[in-house]
Structures are given as structure tokens and as C-alpha cells.
Design a protein around this ligand. Structure first.
Ligand code: 3AM
Length: 177
């Protein structure tokens, strides 16, 4: 199974995020049902390891906390824009939860994640040099700020590549208290 741990987003927020989509040739906009905030990408694991991961995630104790999406940005690689995303307001509680997830996964036998946690919600994937349309997207939406929502659980998702793109399935939810 190909797995990742993420936060679900409330539907009204997904609908608001889907309004960012605009005509940008070559951009693959994330459909609302696939929107999420990745806490940790895990990758392909055998079923027995997935069960250990599930147990480790169950053992996490953390508090419900509010989260605000704000601003937009891009990821770039080798001079090409690879993703457009909505940003997250700095949240020590989110960092705390992410650290707990990372610790739990290492306890379940995974190698440490070396990349820094850069919380975001991917809006579109693409692969093109920066251009005027992308600059306008950034400038036009940099004041974006959504209403806070309450993070009450986190989720272990599996991901399958279908004909129409990735299909994510919530394998389990882990409640915060
Ligand atoms: O939260 P986002 O959409 O940025 O890009 C994938 C997605 O991130 C990322 O995991 C999330 C759920 O699929 N992802 C996919 N393959 C990856 C890899 N090999 C990866 N992240 C790191 N390494």
C-alpha cells in the first residue's frame, strides 16, 4: 500500500479552494475530494507494516486545535514551477502534531523524514517555467485568508494511481481530544 498521513479539510473550505482554479495550460487542479494537508508521506509499505503504522498512530495523544489557511505560493524545482498551493498560518499545535506523527512512524520502524515540514495544501500540479499567469495568481491571492477550522482528527490515507489521477482512500481516522 502507498500511504500518507494528512489532515482532512472541511467541505466548505475545499469548495473555496477549488475556486482558485483558473485557465493555466498544463495545470492539473486537485479536485476537492483529494484536497488535504500532508503531515507525512510514507510511500509503499507491506500490509504488516501498515498495521504497525496504524497501531502507532492510534497511540498518539494530542489536543484539538484551530487551523487557518492563508496566502498562496508555489514550489519550484530546477527553475520550473511544480505546484501551486495554499499556505497555513503558523501553528505550534500543527507542528506538535506533525512531530508526534513523525516520532510514532519512526517507532513503527520507518526511516526518519529528512525534509523539513512545509505545511501547505496543494491546489494544482504543473511543470512549467514561472510565467505572467502564475505571478498574477500569486499577486491576486496573497491576501487569501480562510475562516479557522477545528482539527479534530488526522487520517491515514492510501493512494492509488487511477486512469483519472490519484484516488485517495481514508484507511483510518485518529481522533484528537
Ligand atoms: O500534500 P501534497 O499534495 O503536496 O505530492 C504528494 C502529496 O503531497 C506527496 O505525498 C502527498 C500525498 O500523495 N508525495 C507523493 N510521492 C512522494 C514522494 N516520493 C511524495 N512526497 C515525498 N516523496
Amino acid at each position: 500500500m502507498r500511504l500518507f498521513v494528512a489532515l482532512d479539510l472541511p467541505w466548505p473550505l475545499r469548495e473555496r479552494l477549488s475556486q482558485f482554479a483558473f485557465g493555466l495550460a498544463g495545470a492539473r487542479w486537485v479536485p476537492p475530494e483529494n484536497m488535504h494537508l500532508t503531515l507525512r508521506f510514507i510511500g509503499e509499505v507491506p500490509n504488516w507494516r501498515a498495521e504497525e503504522i496504524d497501531l502507532a498512530l492510534h497511540a498518539i495523544k494530542a489536543r484539538v486545535f484551530p487551523l487557518v489557511l492563508t496566502g498562496v505560493g508555489v514550489f519550484e524545482k530546477a527553475g520550473r514551477v511544480t505546484a501551486l498551493w495554499a499556505g497555513i498560518e503558523r501553528s505550534p499545535q500543527l507542528d506538535h502534531l506533525q512531530t508526534k506523527v513523525e516520532t510514532a512512524l519512526q517507532r513503527a520502524g520507518l526511516e526518519p523524514e529528512r525534509r523539513r515540514f512545509t505545511p501547505h495544501v496543494t491546489l494544482a500540479r504543473l511543470d512549467q517555467p514561472a510565467n505572467e499567469k502564475i505571478t498574477r495568481f500569486m499577486q491576486g491571492n496573497n491576501l487569501f485568508r480562510a475562516e479557522a477550522f477545528s482539527v479534530e482528527h488526522f487520517t491515514l490515507f492510501s493512494s492509488q494511481l487511477g486512469k483519472e489521477g490519484s484516488v485517495y482512500t481514508a484507511e483510518n481516522d485518529y481522533r484528537l481530544s
